[in-house]
Write a protein that binds this ligand. Structure first.
Ligand SMILES: Cc1cc2nc3c(=O)[nH]c(=O)nc-3n(C[C@H](O)[C@H](O)[C@H](O)COP(=O)(O)OP(=O)(O)OC[C@H]3O[C@@H](n4cnc5c(N)ncnc54)[C@H](O)[C@@H]3O)c2cc1C
Length: 491
């Protein structure tokens, strides 16, 4: 097993896409589960902190170490099994999501969880319960995880299979492969009815596997994952529509969402049923205008929608969307329509460019990420949106807003110039989180808490509930060696 200690070799493991910087003594590259067990046993005995690393695309500083060692999952990258009949796959955590998606697509299958950044590892997406544009139809990563192997802090191997072990109320009993038993008392908070990846998944009678999904490397190291796949759609209708009035774009999304829910409720086929509903405000569009000259200058907002279609219903569904576009004043002339897979890719690249350019800007200006990841129930979303914008505008900070508005989930990224503006931005960030909580939502819908949002998790669930979360961690990791600084402000 390779162990790297020299500064230039380990440098890239000390950061992630949030631009937080950390430090550690060594980076270990296990090649199999047995290696992970061995490293953890030793680290636990010596009480050495262990941060597990995926591919470092996280936006919350979660894989950034604060001392101790890093276990990098780069070499745990085998696709162990792909069953076309069962529509399942078994993978190691270091498999790159894009590679896996391409492979299953060739078999006419699809793995729906799709954070915009596909260069992440599958293990990282499980540990953050990642989601993305397709979540509007397919839900988050959690929905596709069938089995996990997890190495606990002391090196004990735990295997959890969906549908096999449930909590009795809030008491969850686990038994590892070595026969050790653990009883966990889960916190009794109510999770918001939105996309959510804030703290531990906890509710009455939960399936044990759900506790580990989204636990951000704090409860154990995932070494094997069984995933569920779905059929690859025949074709995807994809379009970006520009609007002269922002309100029209928001209304367009509301209406498309309403029709979609109706279609699904009545189980209708050949009707409008959005796969993705994404929004970009005028600041986002001008941020990208330099690279995309085909963005109309007068556009005040844009919406990207996708729908799965077949050759038979494509035209009918396109007509339905066109009617909706014209009802809400979308500009048909300047719209981008994807007519082929390569057009689809170009639109996806455009969406990726937004998040990527923000990260680049932050890194070039040596700032930390100030991008919200809040989501609220649909009927509260516009209140959150307008409130948040007015808070930033009051302080004259530059910002861009985009995100998964179909899921009432908003990324408002502030672009502060210098430390003074950054401090102001932090206050606004807190206010936006408080507003989301007040409206019954979450402070993190998909990126996780990591090290950058521990303060806001306290706002969301309160000190007592966060303490109870910590008790769960302590039961599995009494020396608190795993994922130090993630979720809990303890280092
Ligand atoms: C441009 C851009 C766009 C993005 N868009 C989205 C988006 O739309 N939706 C979204 O959800 N995310 C998005 N992200 C964030 C990021 O891609 C996801 O959080 C991703 O799931 C992280 O995967 P990773 O392999 O890079 O994990 P890392 O960043 O390396 O780690 C993330 C966390 O997972 C833990 N971890 C990793 N592997 C394991 C393991 N084997 N066992 C236990 N814990 C582990 C780490 O300790 C850490 O806590 C975006 C990021 C970028 C840069």
């Amino acid at each position: 097993m390779i162990v790297k200690t020299s500064a230039d070799e380990i440098q890239s493991y000390l950061i992630d896409a949030s631009n937080l910087k950390g430090f550690c003594d060594a980076v270990y590259f296990p090649e199999n589960e047995a290696d992970v067990i061995k490293i953890l046993k030793e680290a636990n005995e010596k009480k050495i902190k262990v941060t597990v690393s995926g591919n470092g695309t996280g936006l919350a500083g979660a894989r950034v170490p604060n001392g101790g060692i890093v276990i990098a999952t780069d070499k745990l990258n085998r696709i162990i099994e792909l069953s076309e009949n069962e529509k399942t796959a078994i993978v190691e955590p270091g498999v790159i999501l894009a590679d896996f998606q391409n492979l299953v697509n060739q078999k006419k299958l699809m793995y729906p969880p799709d954070p915009t950044e596909r260069n992440c590892f599958i293990g990282g997406t499980v540990a953050t319960n990642a989601s993305g544009e397709k979540t509007f139809k397919y839900g988050a990563t959690r929905n596709y995880i069938l089995e996990l192997n997890i190495v606990l802090a002391n090196g004990d191997l735990l295997k959890v299979k969906r549908g096999e072990i449930f909590a009795d109320g809030y008491s969850l009993k686990l038994k590892t492969e070595s026969g050790s038993r653990y009883t966990l008392q889960l916190p009794e908070y109510t999770m918001p009815p939105t996309k959510n990846t804030s703290g531990y998944f906890a509710k009455k009678n939960i399936d044990a596997i759900d506790l580990f999904i989204g636990s951000e490397g704090t409860l154990g190291i995932i070494t094997k994952i069984m995933l569920k796949l779905v059929d690859l759609p025949e074709k995807i209708l994809s379009s970006i529509i520009f609007f002269d009035k922002e309100k029209n774009a928001l209304n367009f999304i509301n209406k498309a969402r309403e029709i979609t829910y109706q279609t699904r409720k009545e189980n209708l086929t050949n009707k409008l049923d959005a796969l993705a509903l994404e929004f970009f405000d005028k600041h986002t569009l001008s941020f990208l205008q330099k690279d995309y000259s085909n963005i109309p200058h007068k556009a005040e907002a844009a919406v990207w929608f996708e729908q799965e279609v077949s050759l038979l219903n494509e035209e009918t569904l396109m007509d339905e969307w066109m009617l909706l576009i014209s009802e809400f004043g979308g500009d048909e002339e300047s719209a981008w329509f994807a007519f082929s897979d390569s057009d689809n890719k170009k639109i996806q690249e455009f969406r990726h460019a937004i998040s990527w350019k923000i990260s680049e800007y932050i890194s070039q200006n040596n700032l930390k990420k100030l991008g919200t990841d809040v989501a609220v129930p649909d009927d509260k979303f516009e209140e959150l949106y307008y409130h948040s914008k007015s808070e930033v505008e009051k302080e004259n900070l530059h910002y861009v807003v985009y995100g998964h508005f179909g899921n009432s989930h908003m990324h408002l990224n502030m672009l502060p110039k210098g430390e003074k503006e950054y401090e102001k931005g932090k206050e606004i960030y807190k206010k936006i989180c408080m507003k989301a909580v007040e409206l019954g939502g979450t402070i993190s819908a998909e990126h996780g808490i990591g090290k950058l949002k521990t303060e806001y998790l306290l706002l969301m669930y309160g000190e007592e509930n966060v303490r109870k979360m910590l008790e769960v961690k302590k039961a599995l990791d009494p020396n608190l060696i795993l994922g130090s600084g993630n979720i809990f402000k303890i280092v």
